[in-house]
Ligand binder design. Structure first.
Ligand code: NDP
Length: 287
């Protein structure tokens, strides 16, 4: 099965659904989960240096035997490596860990500090063919307006928390004129049981013979959002991909849109977030 793609503002086509790898340990679990995802048909993997599992992602890709140009690989630059030269080195390090010559998409993971310097390094690496598409993550309207006007290249995506409880209306408005696509992190609310058991979700699941996760992912897909649910369980890895054989009606989309609470778990604008994140992950601990 080939999954649908979404056209980015740089002309490239990204698979509309991928596989997320946040919080999958590097004890063989990432290798197993990514191998299983590729086996059942995912062709898009989302990782980051701060997930500490790039090496296992790369190994699973290599061992899958699937040609490199048929798999979309995204990784992300961590906060410690912002500024032009650190970012240049970090791009090479990520490629080395993944065992790849290029990344399909590379993101500024957290938008604090010398973001413009890091972005220039990413623009140059894009020209050099090391990064095919470049984008940002966790940009709120306030952060977007601060940084993006300083960029030469418009980001292809902004990867932000997104699910029926947090539909990111304000940032989507700012992204629309540049045709910047939204990538959803936490598309299933990180397994939020309250969300998965919303009456409208369970009603639609029963109607279509689908599970709650599939209803939520389908809703996001119909909004044009790129999703990459994470799971370490084979049954869910498979079911999360099976969202292309049914379609929600306009009324059903409206009922799910009405679940929006306008805020999520993570507030990138909150004071102290940069320090909190810097203290949370040291991507050079093993260097
Ligand atoms: P998700 O919304 O994908 O939820 C994952 C959780 O939901 C896991 O606990 C998983 O459990 C559970 N789950 C998976 N499928 C189902 C299902 N069908 N029904 C019920 N529960 C399910 O959260 P993530 O935070 O993982 O987000 C997705 C991806 O986005 C990440 O993996 C990462 O690649 C990216 N991300 C990016 C961030 C950023 O700052 N840019 C931040 C966070 C994530 P189990 O594994 O046990 O099945």
């Amino acid at each position: 099965m080939t999954t649908p793609t979404i056209k980015l503002n740089d002309g490239r086509a990204i698979p509309a659904i991928g596989f997320g790898t946040f919080q999958i340990p590097n004890d063989g679990s990432t290798y197993d989960a990514v191998s299983e995802a590729l086996r059942v048909g995912y062709r898009h993997i989302d990782t980051a240096v701060a997930y500490f599992n790039e090496a296992e992602v790369g190994r699973a890709i290599k061992d899958s035997g699937i040609p490199r140009d048929q798999i979309w690989v995204t990784s992300k630059l961590w906060l410690q490596d912002y500024g032009y030269e650190p970012a240049q080195r970090a791009i090479d390090l990520s490629l080395e860990k993944l065992g790849l010559d290029y990344l399909d998409l590379y993101l500024i993971h957290q938008p604090y500090g010398d973001v413009p310097g890091a972005w220039r390094a990413m623009e140059d690496a894009q020209r050099a063919g090391k990064l095919k598409s470049i984008g940002v993550s966790n940009m709120t309207p306030k952060i977007w307006q601060h940084f993006v006007p300083q960029f030469d290249v418009m980001p292809a995506v902004n990867q932000v928390e997104f699910n029926p409880y947090f539909q990111q209306k304000a940032i989507r408005k700012l992204m629309a004129p540049g045709d910047v696509k939204l990538e959803a992190w936490a598309p299933l609310g990180q397994g939020n049981q309250v969300l998965l058991q919303e009456p409208v979700v369970t009603r639609l699941a029963a109607k279509y013979g689908k599970d709650a996760g599939q209803i939520i992912l389908r809703f996001e897909h119909q909004l044009g959002i790129i999703v990459f649910p994470k799971s370490v369980h084979a049954a869910r890895i498979k079911s999360n991909l099976a969202i292309f054989d049914f379609e929600l009606t306009a009324d059903e989309m409206a009922a799910l849109t009405a679940l929006d609470q306008g805020k999520g778990r993570h507030d990138p604008d909150a004071p102290g977030v940069q320090e909190m994140l810097l203290n949370a992950f040291d991507v050079h601990a093993a260097d």
